[in-house]
Design a protein around this ligand. Sequence first.
Ligand SMILES: *Cc1c(COP(=O)(O)O)cnc(C)c1O
Length: 375
Amino acid sequence: MKKIQMVDLKSQYEKIREEVNAGIQEVIDTTSFVKGGKVVEFQAELEKYLGVKHVIPTGNGTDALQIALMGLGLKPGDEVITPTFTFIATAEVVALLGLTPVVVDVDFDTFNMSIDAVKKAITPKTKAIVPVHLFGQNANMEELLKLAKEHNLYIVEDACQSIGAEYTFSDGKKLKSGCIGNIGCTSFFPSKNLGCYGDGGAIFTNDDELAARMRAIANHGMVVRYHHDLIGVNSRLDSIQAAVLLAKLPHLDEYIAARQKAADYYNKAFAGNKHIITPVCEKFTNHVFHQYTLKLVDVDRNALQAALKEKGIPAMIYYPVPLHLQKAYQDPRYKKGDFPVAERLMDCVLSLPMHTELDEEQLKYITEAVNEFTK
Ligand SMILES: *Cc1c(COP(=O)(O)O)cnc(C)c1O
């Protein structure tokens, strides 16, 4: 059996080696390393795939989120609502810009931000909501859009884990994750569903004016060369990463299908196990399984993790500490106990290996080991 990894990038690479190598070689041959042809080409291909008007490539997903908030012109003191159960970058950029992160709890079933909690968190100072489509499943965008309209708020989607996921509105209209709110942000970090071979990210929007402003901010606030209209940053996708992404984008739908197939195997194998709650999928979205995350019921998680490790099976805790309990984010407004769902999740979640190259032999081995320990 092939060695089991959380993410198997090497086996994936072997299947697209020629396209990737040729693309990288072309970048070197043309010495167009930055803002070059490949970046422009990838931008256009991704716009087509997503059905969105503007894709703005950035240096990474965190920068994408920061540039999005800068593009909206938010000012210190403005409140931005984010879920407490997420990767730190979502709130980090809010804090960095001097904005006030307002943390809300999540739904136990889906790990995504609770709509009721968002409703209660809105104040006259609220300017934006940043939903995270955690683990690859879209948050309830229809409800969030209603709230945003009612209270005149922006929505910046953190789609770093959900690229390619599809949202279906109650009228049947379908939109891709990250292309639903005012702005969407994604990451091409190697382990993400569309990963490059280093750092990378992108911003999505259908708003021409916002797009122009964010494109300028990502490039030192420059519109005409050496004329700086805005205070910006330097954040760009480089051409070598764009070449890798151009080779991988045509495979994204296959990659998603492979993840869904592995998730399906897991779901079936754990179906009768009372100690395991498998991922719950909402009707309004599909799930692209950036992570396959179980909730354990009356199981010693450390002991399970150790037993799996003994058998060569990695398993990870995403996330062990929610935002409001992180040292750097201590805030007199929040204390332990304020977000009971996130605090319950942090003690019972366990993510199993999830990637495009899992085969049945591996899945059988993993699920048998988990069932054997927990049943
Ligand atoms: C990965 C990730 C980010 C940050 O992306 P980077 O490219 O690593 O900067 C932000 N938010 C979420 C939810 C992520 O998973």
